[in-house]
Design a protein around this ligand. Sequence first.
Ligand code: ADP
Ligand code: MG
Length: 330
Amino acid sequence: MYTSDEPTRDGRASADADVEPTDDAATDPPTGAHGDPDATRAATTRDGDGKGDGGAADGDADPVVAVRDVRKTYDLGGTVEALAGVSLTLPAGSYTAVMGPSGSGKSTLLNLVGALDTPTSGTVEVAGRDVAAVEEADRAALRGTEIGFVFQTFNLMPRLDAVENVALPLVFAGWDRDRRRERARDLLDRVGLGERYDHRPTELSGGQRQRVSIARALAPDPAVILADEPTGNVDTGTGAGIMRLLADVNDRGTTVLLVSHSRRIAGHADRIVHLRDGLVESIESIESGESGDGSAGDAAADTSGATSDDPTRGTAAGESDEPAAGGGDA
Ligand code: ADP
Ligand code: MG
C-alpha cells in the first residue's frame, strides 16, 4: 500500500511494539526548531504531506529533496556523464530506494543529495535550499543539520565511544555537552544499544556499529537520512535488524533515501527508483507488505527469487530479531 497521503505507514508502526506515538508533536513548528527534534520532524511529516499527483515523478508541494534535471559529468581524460538528466523529489516522510547496475549513477546521485558535491547542471534542493547556490561552508552546515549519512563501512570515530560518536554532529550544531550526551543516550536506547554507551567501535559487532551510525545520523534530526548499502558489511540476520531500524526511523517521520543493488533490501522502501546509464529508467511503487517488516511476509513471494545475496527478509530470520537470526549482532 503505497499512499502518498500516509507518510507514516501504519502497517509497520503497529508491528513494532516500541514505536512511540508522535501525536504530541502536533503543535510543534514544522521546521527549524531543534528543541524536540523528533517531535519537530514528525510534525513536518504531517505538514509536508505528499499530494500524490499520480505521476511517476511525484509532485509534492514541499518536498524535503528536489532534484531537477540534474546532470553530472566527470572530466578525467574523457568525459563521463554519471547523471544525464535526473529529476526526483522526496516527499516528507517518504522512503525511497535507488537501484541500478554498477556505474549507473547511484552514488553520484546520493552524493549530490547529500550536498557532498554539486551538479554540473540542474538543481538539487535539500530542505528548501539549493545546494549549488551556497558556499561550501553553508553546504557543510546543511550536511551537519539536515542530512544524516549512513555508510556501508559505518565511518565511526575509533577512539570515541558510542555516546561520543552519536553526539559528535551535535558539537558542530552547537549543543552543549550535557544535552549532547543526553540526546546521544536517548538515540542509542532507541536503536537498541542502551547497554553499550561506553563501548568503542572495536568493542561492537558490525550490526551494532551500524546502529551507532544510524543513531549518529539521526542526532541533529536531519530532514533526510541517506544510506548507501547500509547492510553491505553485516551478516544477513543483522542486516534484517538494520532494515527494520531504518523502517522505524521512517515510521517516525524521517525521509529516507537508500541505495542498494539488492532487490530485497530496496523492497523495504515505498518505491524504487531504477537508474540506468545516469537516467531514471522507471519508478516502481512498493506494496507495504513486501518488506516483510510488519505483515508476516505476505508479499514476500513477489521477490523471493529476485536476488539471493541479501536474504534479509521474507524469511523466518527476517521476521525475528537479529540475535535469534544467527546471533551475529548479539
Ligand atoms: P554507482 O554508484 O551506480 O555504481 P557511480 O555514481 O559511482 O555509480 O558512478 C557513475 C559513473 O560515474 C561511473 O561511470 C563512474 O566511473 C563515474 N564516476 C563516479 N565518480 C567519479 C569521479 N569522482 N570521477 C570520475 N568518474 C566518476
Ligand atoms: Mg555506488
